[in-house]
Design a protein around this ligand. Sequence first.
Ligand SMILES: NC(=O)c1ccc[n+]([C@@H]2O[C@H](COP(=O)([O-])OP(=O)(O)OC[C@H]3O[C@@H](n4cnc5c(N)ncnc54)[C@H](OP(=O)(O)O)[C@@H]3O)[C@@H](O)[C@H]2O)c1
Length: 341
Amino acid sequence: MTKTIAILGASGYTGAELVRIIAGHPDMAIVALSADRKAGMAMGDVFPHLRHLDLPVLQRMDEIDFSGIDLAFAALPHGLTHAFAKSMPDHLKLVDLSADFRLRDAAAYKKWYGLDHGAMELQPDVAFGLPEFYHDEIARARITANTGCYVATTLLPLIPLLRAGVIAPEGIVVDAKSGVSGAGRAASEAILFAEVNEGFKAYGVGAHRHMGELDQELSLAAGQSVIVSFTPHLVPMTRGMQATIYAAGDAAQVHATLVAAHEDAAFVDVLPLGEVPQVQHVRGSNRCRIGVVADRMAGRVIVMSVLDNLMKGASGQAVQNANLMLGLKEEAGLMMAPMFP
Ligand SMILES: NC(=O)c1ccc[n+]([C@@H]2O[C@H](COP(=O)([O-])OP(=O)(O)OC[C@H]3O[C@@H](n4cnc5c(N)ncnc54)[C@H](OP(=O)(O)O)[C@@H]3O)[C@@H](O)[C@H]2O)c1
């Protein structure tokens, strides 16, 4: 039976990407869309590329009747989903794309987001939204917390390597790059064309919010505290994300571990040893591609991971989680090939 879907924050980039995916999903139908400033507008007026679709008008979240809705995606800025989750009807399932439920510890949420956690009583039952590692928890969950986009890019290679103990947990460096859509659609000086085009810069140096999630999940994987050096950079491209990871380990062993770990993963491709993945080869798809190259420094390895921040880094991952929560095929609606060039 077709599952009924609401998208909260549909007038943002990840919301629009959810609409694009679900428009081609065999088992989901969109029945409600919300916005804030754009409430009352037609989705096709906010996003003309979606004009051909028959979609509900954008309304305010509190105007939506959730009684006939199976699952809601919350594609809202952080700090808004706790209140919604506390008041939502019992039958409703929720996939949260924001950071509100990613951190299991209230103090960590306060440290990285500067806010008190508003729904700590729900947190213990929330699944961490990477199906490659939390498949069964997600399938049972009422609420799933999608990961941060840098976090998905980094964890897909690093969790199997730390679990297997084939890289040293100390001295890991994650050098990451993102396209500008990672910042969302709300206007901001830092992402104006004139300020981004033909430039390249690091940001959040030494203190990016995704570090909280990385600390949490990498330490769990290693069974000891793991703190990586993580520096994100803004690249003048629309979509795409890469993490280049430097660690102590043997390249052949690292490669074999990743191949085995992701053998059954529908959306993770581990390239042959020595090949280099490119963001252009995953754009518009739900795929993550991983490459492994031996460093010329003996005993060190370079692991590269690429994905589309709006897809496997956000809305594609969210639909993959929703498929599991709704008892659908994990790949449903998500097997689109990447766009190239
Ligand atoms: N962009 C990415 O690559 C990416 C990747 C992973 C995770 N995320 C996370 O996903 C979430 C959405 O990101 P995005 O890039 O789609 O953001 P966005 O483009 O800025 O969209 C935000 C959406 O939330 C709505 N909204 C804003 N303030 C609201 C309020 N007070 N009450 C109700 N609705 C409100 C906006 O409505 P109006 O347009 O009407 O103002 C819009 O629909 C964020 O938490 C972000 O961190 C984003």
